[in-house]
Ligand binder design. Structure first.
Ligand code: MN
Length: 254
């Protein structure tokens, strides 16, 4: 059986290098480690081809965390001063990738910014800065608290009849938290599947899709020690396996 190939979206930055200003890709290795550990082949997707071209050669997609989405993409009239790290190239590539993946029913796991990209791609909106827009919000940036990296920070309550609940095997889960933005209006057909105690949407999925699952936390920083977080990657790989088998059959017939 061929191992499923999972495309991972990198961060895209403009940086000065010895030869001048250049566009660079960056990826925290733990995303790739989590995919490899679950039995997938991780590959990084540079924004140089139409997403559909990539999808012909992929069995699943992992949308990663990163900077904020340009607020005009969800029709926000202003940019909050705390909004940072906007990359138009990345926004455009990932939004197009979401549409292509949904059209082709390619399994999709979206993490942190990935949940926000999925929501914006489908017409939803974002809270630009949680502390200014939710009274009594938790601090969702655990780096500002004394919670070590690699440890969970706050609980989430999971909808019992969700795909997420089936995967993690519980309706109460401790998660880590490295975000200052969150979903405001969730776009249909996304269904909210987990919330923090302050009401922040922490997960969403598309009921009826083969596998479209998004979380606001970072399971790639927890998977080594917490089986419920590893289970997210294992479920993606398991679902991607049938697409990998189909693709192998098509190649043999050619
Ligand atoms: Mn959080």
């Amino acid at each position: 059986m061929p191992a499923p190939v999972i495309g991972i979206t990198p961060d895209i930055t403009r940086e000065s290098a010895a030869h001048g200003l250049t566009t660079r890709l960056a990826l925290n290795l733990d995303y790739a480690e989590a995919i490899a550990h679950a039995g997938g082949i991780p590959v990084v997707l540079p924004p140089v081809l139409e997403p559909a071209r990539f999808l012909e050669n992929l069995d699943g997609i992992l949308l990663t965390g990163g900077g904020d989405i340009a607020p005009y993409r969800y029709d926000a009239p202003t940019i909050h001063p705390a909004t940072y790290g906007i990359s138009d190239v990345r926004d455009e590539f990932e939004i197009a990738l979401v549409h292509a993946a949904l059209n082709a029913d390619v399994p999709l796991l979206a993490i942190c910014r990935g949940l926000q990209v999925l929501n914006v791609a489908l017409g939803g909106t974002l809270i630009q800065h949680i502390p200014d827009q939710i009274d009594g919000a938790l601090n969702h940036r655990q780096q500002e608290l004394s919670i070590p990296s690699g440890e969970p920070a706050h609980p989430v309550t999971i909808r019992p009849d969700s795909h997420l609940a089936r995967i993690v095997g519980t309706t109460h889960l401790m998660v880590n938290s490295y975000h200052h933005q969150a979903v405001a209006e969730l776009a249909p057909p996304l269904l909210p599947t987990a919330t923090a105690p302050d009401g922040v949407i922490e997960a969403a999925e598309i009921p009826g899709a083969t596998f479209v699952l998004a979380v606001q936390w970072h399971p790639e920083r927890l998977f080594q020690h917490y089986p419920a977080h590893h289970a997210l990657f294992a479920a993606l790989i398991e679902t991607a396996q049938s697409r990998a088998a189909r693709r192998a059959t098509v190649v043999e017939q050619k």
